[in-house]
Design a protein around this ligand. Structure first.
Ligand SMILES: *Cc1c(COP(=O)(O)O)cnc(C)c1O
Length: 386
């Protein structure tokens, strides 16, 4: 049985071109880029090529890119890096629907005496910008707002957020992990101070990411050690991962228009098909602007986890929301923040497409899902759950 993989917001497969690009660095090109000899030193050039490619994907300059171990580290480096630069500013603003890399970090910061404002969202998952304006205080160090939501695909109005932060002279960090490679990001057009991105969400391997730090913005590192990444992220660089990330960024930039156009059509077909074939289904955050690859639905009278298990047994891989939190059987904090009832939120399933998703896979999914949902609904009725 071949797997229908619809969990691309959790992670993506490694692109064949990325694997090819990495291989020499797992074989003969194993030098340390910081070494004075040519064997190691020649690797420095490959790091800077990768840095240029990642920078090009987001409209940044290579010297603004700092490689990290992934999105989570980049979010931590951004927020804590800013807070430790000026310890008199003890307030940050974020939203109730952030990824755990920001939310769990904020709860930890609260224990350390930092005040955090969590902006609410409306039933479509969008922000009210006047809430943001009102939340900014004289001691606000940073606004941290995601570009695209990993569960619903809803895109926040980062251009407007950026203008508000600029007017008020407040630094802006954006978690761009889901947006990058799927929505156009051009930092020459949108002024952002810090932007977190991750390799494994765009067909690079797991364990590599980057933090964009706008020229002139100073942050403290999380770790201390050597001068790698100009001291912002010491430690010998994971060269194969970084080279792979560079290649993945190059591929994403080349194909973003075509890929997002195709994924949007496929996602819309999937959405229409599910709503037609499966009664009592709602779409979460279905209004534009949203990511082209994401569909989040709630099937009424369905226990999402039970449905996902049945789907898994039938070779269909999707998720109930964030992979990082899904071992907990609690309803999604994103859907609850959007005002979805607890019971409805339990029936959430998120489908995430990628550039490798085929039209046949969408059709197979549409043909299989109705019977699976029916089965879970009839089981639920039998055990007498309302
Ligand atoms: C996946 C994800 C992260 C975490 O990135 P990792 O590279 O897995 O640490 C952060 N933010 C968002 C929105 C994500 O989807």
């Amino acid at each position: 049985m071949n797997t229908l993989y619809f969990d691309n917001n959790a992670t993506t497969c490694v692109a064949p071109e990325v694997k090819e690009a990495i291989l020499p660095f797992l074989e003969e090109r194993y030098g340390n880029p910081s070494s004075p000899h040519h064997f190691g030193g020649s690797i420095e050039g490959d790091l800077s090529t990768a840095r240029q490619k990642v920078a090009a994907l987001i409209g940044a300059s290579p010297k603004e890119i700092f490689f990290t171990s992934g999105g989570t580290e980049s979010d931590n480096l951004a927020i804590r890096g800013v807070l430790s630069m000026d310890t008199t500013r003890k307030h940050i603003v974020t939203t109730a629907v952030e990824h755990s890399a920001v939310l769990v970090q904020c709860r930890e910061l609260e224990k350390m005496g930092i005040d955090v404002t969590y902006l609410p969202v409306d039933s479509e998952g969008t922000l009210n910008l006047s809430d943001l304006e009102k939340s900014i205080r004289p001691d606000t160090a940073l606004v941290s707002i995601m570009w695209a939501n990993n569960e619903t695909g809803v895109l926040f109005p980062i251009d407007e957020v950026s203008r508000i932060c600029q007017d008020r002279g407040i630094l802006l960090h954006v978690d761009g992990v889901q947006a990058v490679g799927k929505a156009p990001i051009d930092l020459t057009q949108t002024r952002i101070d810090l932007l977190a991105i991750s390799g494994h969400k765009i067909h690079a391997p797991k364990g590599v990411g980057a933090l964009y730090v706008r020229s002139g913005i100073k942050i403290k590192p999380l770790f201390w050690g050597g001068n790698q990444e100009r001291g912002r992220r010491p430690g010998t660089e994971p060269v194969p991962m970084i080279v792979g990330f560079g290649k993945a960024a190059e591929l994403a930039l080349e194909s973003i228009r075509e890929d997002s156009g195709r994924m949007r059509l496929q996602r819309d077909t999937l959405e229409r098909g599910i709503l037609e074939r499966i009664p009592d289904t709602i779409v979460n955050g279905g209004k534009d602007p949203r990511l082209p690859n994401t569909l989040s639905v709630c099937f009424d009278r369905v226990e999402g986890e039970a449905l996902l298990m049945l789907m898994d047994q039938n070779g269909i891989v999707a998720s109930s929301g964030s992979a990082c939190l899904s071992h907990k059987l609690e309803p999604s904090h994103v859907l609850l923040a959007m005002g979805v009832g607890e019971e409805t939120a339990q029936g959430a399933v998120r489908f995430g497409l990628s550039r490798y998703t085929s039209d046949e896979e969408i059709q197979q999914l549409l043909e299989t899902m109705p019977a699976l949902v029916d089965k879970v609904r009839s089981l639920t009725r039998r055990v007498g759950r309302s």
